[in-house]
Design a protein around this ligand. Structure first.
Ligand SMILES: [Mg+2]
Length: 166
């Protein structure tokens, strides 16, 4: 019997969340972020998704709804996203025995054996709260015995969160 346990921490709507950090007036407002040459939409806040804005849609195709719904539009700023990603990842390294950065907005935490010491759901709640408090970036966390299942659990957590809009 193995007690391996992984958590996948995934930043929500990462580029849009980074832009919102510096524009608190856009809290609960729809935001989209554009690709390098401002050609396509590459990130959407939850509010923009709810308005039906699709991923990777060319900007000109969404222009009408952007104007009508007063959606905030940002050119991408990868230096900013990289810097905020580093802050999130270094915080996660302090919160878990071992971490593996998986992408700019995702990391696996190795929580093997920790479940014997404290409830993993409580640990996940604490990590989620601390990342939000310290970096301003909202995250979802999935926990499972394998990395693949943790990714799936994270996907489920995002869907549940979106349904409840919490
Ligand atoms: Mg993400």
């Amino acid at each position: 019997m193995t007690d391996t346990c992984f958590a996948l921490v995934d930043c929500n709507n990462f580029y849009a969340s980074c832009e919102r950090l510096f524009r608190p007036d856009l809290r609960n407002k729809p935001i989209v972020v554009l690709s390098n040459n401002d050609g396509c939409i590459v990130a959407r806040s939850a509010e923009a998704k709810a308005l039906g804005i699709s991923m990777a849609v060319p900007l000109f195709q969404a222009q009408e709804i952007i104007d009508r719904e007063q959606i905030a539009v940002f050119s991408s700023n990868y230096a900013l996203y990289g810097d905020i990603s580093a802050r999130v990842m270094s915080l996660l390294e302090q919160l878990a025995p071992a971490t593996e950065v998986y992408s700019i907005d995702e990391a696996f935490l190795d929580l093997s054996g920790i479940g014997a010491c404290q409830p993993l759901s409580q640990l996940a709640t604490n990590i989620k709260q601390q990342v939000t408090d310290w970096t301003g970036i909202p995250v979802c966390i999935g926990i499972a015995p394998t990395k693949t299942l943790a990714k799936l659990a994270n996907h489920a957590a995002k869907r549940i969160q979106n349904r409840w809009r919490c």
